[in-house]
Design a protein around this ligand. Sequence first.
Ligand SMILES: C[S@@+](CC[C@H](N)C(=O)[O-])C[C@H]1O[C@@H](n2cnc3c(N)ncnc32)[C@H](O)[C@@H]1O
Length: 478
Amino acid sequence: MTTHQRDSKSSDPRATNSNELKQRKALSAMEDLGISPEVVKPVLYNLLKLYRGRWELIEEENYQTLADAIFEPLDEKKSIAEGSTSSNTNTVKHKKRRKNIQVDDDMEPIAKLTRPGVHLDNSNSLVQRNSKFHHDNDITRGTEKIKISLIDEIGLEPPKFLYIPQNISYQDAYVPFSLARISDESCCLECTGDCLSLRVPCACSRETGGEFAYTPQGLLTDDFLNACIDMNLEPQNHHLFHCQYCPLEKAKNADNPEPCKGHLLRKFIKECWRKCGCTMDCGNRVVQRGPTRELQVFSMEGKGWAVRSVGYLPKGSFVCEYIGEILTNTELYERNKRSLKNERHTYPVSLDADWGSEQVLKDEEALCLDATHFGNVARFINHRCFDSNLIEIPVEMETPHHHYYHIAFFTKRNIDPYEELTWDYGIDFEDVDHPIKAFECQCGSSYCRDVKRKAAPIKKKEFGVKRIASSSGSKTKL
Ligand SMILES: C[S@@+](CC[C@H](N)C(=O)[O-])C[C@H]1O[C@@H](n2cnc3c(N)ncnc32)[C@H](O)[C@@H]1O
């Protein structure tokens, strides 16, 4: 019997030990994502039964199958609500094909094998079950300092993703965090208390021109914010970098990549970090403290889920980070190819704000964030052309090189309670050569760039996948 043929209930003590180790690893991987062992164990047990103890099917893609199986009860719920069982049946059939394994026809679908307690409701909920309109009083599952509610008023399908409060590397991305990489000159070892109260700003202000990007009230300074807004609105007037070997083009066609379409070299905020002597209350630590404003996910006709602020937000307020899996562009390209087949939406954002500072990037250094499967509230923020009320700004924290950095959303103006929060994805709606057709924009802005498309619709299959490439070198690649 080969190792992978062993059943999880094998009487061979070595097999039991190996299974225990694998189980511990699986539980720990899910725990890192905030799913408790009580939720994972029964799903894992059923998967092992279904796959006849073939751990490699569960372990692949960083336990993607396991994460999917945890979500499947949500599909079942929808099927039941719609009076059909097709969803689970299809899922199991799909798994049979994908894994090319034998599954007995009388074997129960995973979701049915899962005991009722493992559904992601109560404390681990994404959505409440058994109601026509979904409601969840905290999609973060307690992983943020604040609760973020989700309310549906139009009968939308519940979102299928797992909330994570911090970025997490998927597999190949090279994201080295180490104290040795932060030189003493690029942090403020000697500081104590609050760096913003210093007469002469400390070394951490160097990135932002010797002045901090934040005010003592925790807002972005007008100068910094206005400069960022200006760069985003007029990318051609600012430094647009064209890579010699563009990672985006290389991911698409390694042998014969097309010329780089251009990337905007952007302004970074640098926050004080672990090696700095200041306290966590230092005014130069805003994004790393996580969201503090009360946000709500709600449903909208035409745009799906959306985000709003429950309270008033002054101009320059930090709202949230864009959180997702850290992927290489090659991994994203492969993932997109698969998701096109499955017609699943993806939520990628390129981390290309500083690609211009290096001649050639290795594959593992050209990164992006994908919030399709794992993400935070930002994955629900919709697009608005030009006059969006949020702006995304790169933030350096734990890594002085800018292959990896954080993307933080700030308000561009004062925002009223319950106003929808939007950002400009930077999509070029006229890029008809892009393999993935952009969604039909419903942003409602008088500056909507999708005007031509509405006048003369282009016949291409719509997958609604946000694009990562942009032909105009605009700021965000979705
Ligand atoms: C990052 S997600 C935003 C959350 C999304 N509405 C949802 O329900 O999960 C991006 C997707 O939302 C939809 N979307 C975002 N902005 C839109 C807009 N201005 N008009 C129409 N659809 C939009 C598109 O389907 C797009 O692919």
